[in-house]
Design a protein around this ligand. Sequence first.
Ligand code: ATP
Length: 206
Amino acid sequence: MAWILGLTGGIGSGKSTASAWFSLAGYPVVDADAISRSLTYPGGAAIPAIANEFGADFITPEGAMNRAKMRELVFDDPKARERLEGVMRPLIRRASLEALERARSLADAAGKAFAVFDCPLLCEWPEARTVVDRLLVIDLCEEEQIRRVALRSSLTPERVRSIIRAQIPRQARLAQADDIIYNGGSLEDFRSALAALLERYLARAD
Ligand code: ATP
């Protein structure tokens, strides 16, 4: 049966680039961020709980979470952020576990050895090791994280720094890893490192 590769790393470290690479190579990918967003789309499983916790004002006429309003609320209110996370966390976990079982079946049907779980907060999941069989951390130094995120979005360096501070510290994340790829070089270096890792995975005796 296919095993599950957990893929994680800090903001802007290269998780999506790595997932896209695995996906192109035919490995099913479950994207925890996409699952999280889909839960707050019209009719999403998180909508009743969000309405209950924050009020109907936080739901658009179409029945989605009002993202702009929620972003504004949680931006500098850690208590509100915790409440939102309290609502979302169990739903994301449940939906992710279901998606991972489907991904595992897809991998089995396609003759692939594993499926990938791209999850930025995986190291913050207490039960992560019961969900993934191997943990790959994409690592990057803070200055380069800030530079790359600034290139692709309008987030200021201060904002990226505060997101990094809210995430698990780099060393604590690295301490949980089975495999680490440092993505400080070129995209080509990164792809070569992924290809080398894949070769190692495929050579594993189990
Ligand atoms: P987030 O946590 O914000 O979802 P992420 O970890 O998924 O980010 P990516 O989106 O894969 O990271 O990469 C962040 C940005 O850096 C993207 O614009 C990507 O194209 C770019 N990038 C990734 N790897 C490299 C690299 N080795 N050299 C230059 N740019 C890179």
